[in-house]
Design a protein around this ligand. Sequence first.
Ligand code: KG4
Ligand code: ZN
Length: 344
Amino acid sequence: MSEPLVLGIETSCDETGIGIVRGRTLLSNTIASSMDEHARYGGVVPEVAARAHLEALQPSIDRALAEAQVRLEDLDAVAVTSGPGLAGALMVGVGAAKGLAVALDKPLYAVNHLVGHIAADILDPDADPLEYPTIALLVSGGHTALLHVRDLTGDVELLGETVDDAAGEAFDKVARLLGLPYPGGPQIDKAALDGDPKAIRFPRGLSKASDMAKHRYDFSFSGLKTAVARWVERAEAEGTPVPTADVAASFREAVVDVLVTKALAACADLGVPRLLLGGGVIANRRLRDVALERAAAAGVTVRIPPLSLCTDNGAMIAALAAELIAQGRGPSTLAFGADSTLPV
Ligand code: KG4
Ligand code: ZN
């Protein structure tokens, strides 16, 4: 087959993403987000997300086809995120993908969302081909994971992940504590502009020697969130104004420090001089800057796909399926379902 034309469906969280690729070439990538509907709750509400996917799917598919200037019957395959993610949200995408594949009589590829984030990299037209092995650090509102990628199409190992909140979730919760709106990441970033990152030494989760033995590549952000809450409560009890800029900058520094430290520890331990970043939190400039600076000092090269491909999207799901097809891998049977805890 010449380069396969693949439509990818992503509904694991609050973005309805439909992407169309031809091999490694991105043709369209439409994203409908229900973020505004979650804003008043301060975080993603699973039921609301699932209903929003139902409403957004069909118009998103139509728009993606129009932008790519292809027809449904031109497709060579359909791909979908089968997990991990929110069960109800995943089910909407999986159901739609199965229906589409059966109706069109096209092969269907069920793929893992985290591996999809890594596949985003191959759609970057300006980047050299992805080299193996590489360490991948994926940080978003839904996940915080460190992976050892030996081959995108079948040899990806999860080294560690968050044991409680995802990093983006921590940004959202701390923003709420500081009276800033959802989503919190960009708000904290803005508030931190005039702050001193060294003003308050907030805890770095799972970084003590005793934790590192068992959780070397795992993350924890709930203790950090509690530490910020206590700090703010104390200031308020003492009647001193909360220095929002300093709290935001110090909190952000704690998150960035632990993410970069653990990612580079994995690079050093495993002798892998390459680090790939992905997920919506990569929008954080401080995270990118610290990663680039410390990686350079450690002789590690950093790859950062374009931000539009770092946040959840359907193109990365289609791209991963296109790679599987190129490797001669067969499609999934219709027996699979949505799996909220799908392992890599
Ligand atoms: O990947 P994404 O768009 O969606 C999922 O979570 O699946 O990531 C959204 C998360 C939110 O938690 C948001 O607060 C965070 O990424 N985020 C940021 C920044 N921009 C978005 N976190 C830190 N700094 C930012 N500039
Ligand atoms: Zn994601």
